[in-house]
Design a protein around this ligand. Sequence first.
Ligand code: GLU
Length: 386
Amino acid sequence: MPKKKKIVVKIGSSLLANSEELTLRYAFMSGLISDLAQLQKEGHDIILTSSGSVALGLNMVGKRPEDAGIMDKQAAAACGQPLLMNAYRQIASEHNMHVAQMLVTAEDMEERRRFLNIKNTMLRLFKSDIMPIINENDSVATRDLRVGDNDRLSAKIAQMVEADVLVILTSVEGLYDRDPSDADAKFISEVEDVSAHLESTTGISELGSGGMLTKMQAANMAQNAGVETIIASGIIERPVSSVLKNERRFTRCLVTGETASPLKVWLSNRLQVSGTLVVSDALANAIIAGDCGISREDVISIQGDFTKGDVLHVYNEQGTEVARGLTNFSSDETMLLARHRDMPVEDVIGYKTRSDIIGAENILVLEENHLPIDAPEKDQKIVVPM
Ligand code: GLU
């Protein structure tokens, strides 16, 4: 048997639900699950990231996709998710396959301990040949703390389990160099540097929340994590095995270069910001140049309500994100330490500990292939008096 692979498959709402009736596309689901069951029998571990809860729940809350507000969608997700899982469970049982549901939020992915718990649960499910079906827990996620789209969620999951491949199924065949409705559009079958394509891709699908842009962002995250991404049409028989066996056209985003350590990959693939620090340009350059942490003398301003162990995004004075790292202090402690630079740490915060805000070993210098997150607005920052 060929080497067993970890395969993450992502299915968008437009494949799962009819855009008019907002009901399940049962035939599609059946074909998909039969293909995945076969791959599982061949020994592969499979995770399915499935959208569809919002689209399928809208009828119950009496809304159409175009006029549903955020609360309607959260309620619709609560209605649609059991419909979705019920269908998956029924179809999977016809193929003697077991499935499990995992609903996660952006916060779960961004907090290191919860991230590792999700990973361990998935690894345990694999041991019993159960396929986890993952979706964002839309009903509990607040607007600011949403992953937002399942493309990036699936990339996070792929990174988490160190998958061999992420297969994003959609309604188009893959990536084109411009709008595919343009007669001159050329199909791109292989992408080396995903970040080079981020600019040319826009567009939102009718039912889901992503378009080609979020697929490229997901591929970029996966690439940084050493995971190959395949973007392919899902409207075909054996939608996953036909791409894995190279039987049709699709876009492959290759893994290039060396992959960083799991901690650094986790730091690079962030979905949300819990806090930020602005440091002097001189220090920002020193961080970029090499092994250098951030001490309290270096902090110019602080933003966010964070706790010890959260990830801080570090900006230079121009507002360019230069690094990310795990903080050794909460936002209140960081503020006190930065304001009382001359006092011993113990006298400021009441316990003895190291004095650097972010240690050099817990810092990731952002490179071109990482997606920066914009600096917060000026009025959200608290400036540390010099
Ligand atoms: N979590 C949403 C849902 O299940 C979909 C998000 C997306 O399609 O990107 O409907």
